[in-house]
Design a protein around this ligand. Structure first.
Ligand code: CTP
Length: 404
């Protein structure tokens, strides 16, 4: 039988922390699961665990310096980055987190990280006060925004004999996360499915040069589109004006106003298995649109009369077939879950993704999001702060779960 990590190339980065002794066990687990592992260790990492142990377990010389002193052999961080399918840094000290977040490439490990094209996972390990320090937390948020996956430290007795959060996740947990990541990358569970997604803001015209709009970037909707496509679905985005690139293989219908967006969804929704409403639709539009630019001299004072736009999610959900999964979003400033539950009900959705603007890193213009997913079946899952691509994965997992 094929081992779960057969043929996978993993860089295991090790930094200078007491937990480095556990890296040997992690290395063994990864090798046992079939992976080929290249260890890259920082100079201070070598104070905690010897390269001899690591090279014996991995069957490869350990890389630590930019070149081997006696032979002058150059170790190319670029080649390493091209070779690897995944990079795992365990343990990762507060210092290395800071260097990664700020691009300080003063050793082979951080240089390799900066050259990495592959996914990167980090298992921090440090004393509880260092973990809780705003500087560390700021670096963690930056790294999550850069797409790094954080394997949260656990609570318990630390090397300092203090008790609290900061000890590295156990090797078994890290190895399981590695396996889950590869399994997720290979998922093709949306093959033969069709998904229609609304995304971005809408612009409601006042005159030929002015409009009412909002700050939505479209990133969340486009990430979900990319994830569905990767998993095999036919994907159509009905998108308001945004500047994010359309994921490969995804069809994009560009619209401006809420009325055009509603129209766009209607013409594309036939045969859809899932309808995902991520757009920040303007609730109102100007009652009159001037065909010419409104002139200041002619309009010393102005009252703008607005009329309500249709609720696209509610209108479409009520007319779509019952077995189509309808997904809405709710961005709230207070009582987020309460409002979320209500919107799920009133809009006739199967699932709603709630995020609160009160959470740092959630909402418009960020690369991260912190969501709670509420389903019609009553289940509610609160996820930690994640990169928007990972949030997209969680959302799509929940959709696939409900497809019939
Ligand atoms: N939505 C929509 N059409 C609208 C308004 C909202 O399709 N005219 C969708 C959004 O895409 C999102 C969900 O409905 O999936 C919730 O949007 P939100 O703006 O939070 O809801 P509203 O009903 O406008 O409520 P609020 O009064 O909080 O703005």
């Amino acid at each position: 039988m094929m081992k779960p990590l057969e043929g996978k190339h993993i860089i295991l980065g090790i930094t200078g922390g007491i937990a480095a002794y556990k890296s040997a066990m992690l290395l063994r687990l990864l090798i046992k699961k079939g992976a080929e592992v290249q260890v890259v260790i920082t100079p201070s990492g070598k104070e905690f665990i010897t390269p001899v142990t690591l090279s014996a377990l991995s069957g490869k010389p350990v890389v630590s310096e930019f070149f081997t002193a006696n032979t002058g052999e150059w170790h190319s961080h670029v080649d390493l980055g091209l070779w690897a399918d995944l990079m795992v840094i365990a343990p990762c000290t507060a210092s290395t987190l800071g260097k990664m977040a700020n691009g300080i490439a003063d050793n082979m490990l951080v240089t390799t990280y900066l050259s990495a094209k592959e996914h990167v996972m980090v298992a921090p390990a440090m004393d509880l006060d260092m973990w809780a320090h705003p500087s560390t937390q700021r670096n963690i948020s930056t790294l999550i925004g850069d797409g790094v996956e954080i394997i949260e430290p656990g609570s318990g007795e630390l090397a300092s004999h203090l008790t609290g959060k900061g000890r590295m996740a156990e090797p078994e947990e890290i190895a399981a996360r590695v396996e889950a990541w590869f399994a997720g990358e290979m998922k093709r569970d949306m093959e033969g499915r069709k998904v229609v997604i609304t995304a971005g803001p809408t612009h409601e015209r006042l005159d030929p040069v002015r409009y009412l709009g909002n700050d939505s970037t479209g990133k969340m909707g486009y990430s979900i589109a990319g994830e569905c496509r990767k998993r095999g679905a036919e994907v159509v985005i009905v998108s308001g004006p945004v500047s994010v690139p359309v994921p490969e293989g995804v069809k994009c219908i560009k619209v401006e106003s809420a009325l055009e967006m509603l129209d766009g969804v209607r013409t594309q929704m036939e045969g859809a298995d899932a309808l995902i409403f991520t757009a920040a639709v303007a609730d109102y539009r100007p009652a009159e649109v001037d065909s010419e630019k409104i002139k200041r001299e002619k309009t010393p004072e102005m009252n703008l009369r607005l009329v309500a736009n249709p609720d696209i999610a509610a209108t479409i959900s009520k007319s779509a077939p019952a077995n189509t999964i309808k997904v809405g979003f709710a961005l709230e400033t207070g009582n987020a879950l309460e409002y979320g539950r209500r919107k799920l009900e009133t809009k006739g959705l199967d699932m709603i993704v709630v995020n609160s603007l009160e959470d740092a890193g959630a909402g418009f213009g960020t690369d991260t999001n912190k969501v709670t997913i509420i389903r019609k079946d009553g289940s509610e899952i609160a996820y930690p702060l994640k990169d928007k691509r990972e949030v997209a994965r969680d959302i799509v997992d929940n959709i696939v779960d409900q497809l019939t």
